[in-house]
Design a binder for this molecule. Structure first.
Ligand SMILES: [Ca+2]
Ligand SMILES: [Ca+2]
Ligand SMILES: [Ca+2]
Ligand SMILES: [Ca+2]
Length: 185
């Protein structure tokens, strides 16, 4: 009698492993709906990282899938940040303003060009002229010979002679400046 009772159990097991009774294959990807994690997307059989509606793709190969990458074509950013995709959020002069918003990205003392331009301080008093040779008390503009070198007077032929600066190092390794070989323009 016991052997006859086992037979129905055998047939029940056959039914569970029979995929033909597993429902239809809605996306025709060969996976019946009951075992297809994405039954309506024939490119995926499991949600993966991006879910059933989007394929798991990392276009810029930065390790962040497109569905989570705010900058899917910028391998250096996965977040648009301050400057947006394709532009790095760097602060070259360390003044706290990123280059894309810094009118003087290489001048830590200025964020905009102002009257005097990047690299030169604005005058302390309103209306005063710019000092584009802040380290040369004798000149406010580079002029013909540059800051630190006095512009010679024009000669009869209309030429200006500028003393050429040459940096030399003495035996004590202290840097000195000597003037040699005047240059005529
Ligand atoms: Ca990416
Ligand atoms: Ca990216
Ligand atoms: Ca800056
Ligand atoms: Ca700046």
């Amino acid at each position: 009698m016991g052997g006859k009772e086992l037979r129905p159990l055998f047939f029940v097991n056959l039914k569970i492993t029979d995929t033909t009774s597993c429902g239809t294959d809605s996306d025709s990807d060969g996976q019946p709906d009951c075992s297809d994690g994405c039954p309506f997307n024939n490119l995926k059989s499991s949600p993966g990282v991006c879910g059933c509606d989007e394929i798991d793709l990392d276009s810029d190969r930065d390790g962040v899938y497109n569905c989570h990458d705010e900058c899917p074509r910028d391998p250096y950013k996965s977040d648009a940040g301050v400057c947006g995709c394709g532009v790095p959020d760097v602060d070259s002069d360390g003044d706290g303003v990123v280059d894309c918003n810094d009118g003087c990205p290489n001048d830590p003392n200025k964020w905009e060009q102002g009257e005097c331009g990047c690299g030169f301080p604005e005058p302390d008093t309103e209306g005063a002229s710019c000092d584009r040779c802040p380290n040369d008390p004798a000149k406010a503009e580079p002029g013909f010979c540059g800051c630190g070198i006095s512009d010679g007077a024009k000669d009869d032929a209309g030429k200006i002679t500028c003393p050429r600066q040459q940096h030399v190092v003495n035996l004590n390794f202290a840097r000195m400046v000597s003037l040699v070989e005047p240059v005529t323009y």
